[in-house]
Design a protein around this ligand. Structure first.
Ligand code: HMH
Length: 221
């Protein structure tokens, strides 16, 4: 049915995999308060590295938006996302000093290295604008839904992690994710079947990388 937005069809079709990312044991452990503090600190250091690699990807998507979008408000959406990444980097630095994580000596772990390489591959001009914006939406949406789930009713989240969850659960970030999703749906409505399939493949890759990223944070492997 062409009246169902593409993102909706993907989320229905890939619900189990998607929930694997947004309801990961690491997220559930934050939600129920059983989170291991060394895992949280590992996540913090690794995510700082991730966010630094995320910036050039978002910048490359911004360039594609400026060149290819037919709706001028799209550029403002991505620009707003870039601006909040600036805050995010400062937030990571503040948290790191609070929890005594030395950001300069964090060694990127395998899952992170792979995810950052994937981000770098997405900056290529060969990645079509609808595909890039799909990946951007998926990356942000997984974090938004994961941390929103942490704060849902019945949580026993430790006080000191409340602020972390708020960072991705707050209304502004939710609205940003919704805007990205609307852009994806609008772009893909007009896209060729090849581009739509490619976007779906990249959506799935993002979700898989997110699961691996949480796995790495929990540790063990
Ligand atoms: C691994 N995915 C990862 N880190 C993040 N900070 C986001 C998504 C969203 O900003």
């Amino acid at each position: 049915d062409s009246s169902i937005p593409v993102t909706e069809t993907w989320l229905r079709k890939h619900r189990l995999l998607y929930n694997g990312a947004t309801r990961h044991p690491f997220i559930l452990s934050i939600r129920d308060g059983s989170v291991d503090f060394s895992s949280f600190k590992r996540w913090l250091g690794q995510d700082y590295i991730f966010v630094r690699s995320f910036v050039p990807f978002v910048a490359s998507t911004l360039v594609k938006t400026c060149k290819e979008s037919t709706d001028e408000s799209d550029m403002e959406v991505i620009l707003g996302g870039m601006a909040s990444l600036n805050d995010e980097i400062n937030w990571f630095k503040k948290q790191a000093s609070k929890y005594l994580v030395s950001l300069t000596s964090v060694v990127p772990q395998n899952a992170n290295v792979k995810y950052c390489r994937f981000l770098e591959s997405l900056t290529s001009p060969e990645i079509e604008y609808p595909v890039a914006i799909t990946a951007l939406w998926a990356i942000e949406a997984v974090y938004q839904e994961s941390f929103a789930h942490c704060l849902e009713e019945g949580n026993r989240i430790p006080q000191e992690l409340q602020e972390t969850c708020e960072r991705w659960r707050n209304e502004g970030f939710g609205a940003y994710c919704k805007s990205l999703r609307d852009i994806v749906d609008r772009c893909l409505q007009k896209a060729s079947p090849e581009v739509i399939s490619k976007a779906e493949v990249f959506f799935l890759s993002v979700v898989e990388h997110e699961v691996e990223f949480w796995n790495m944070s929990v540790g063990g492997v």
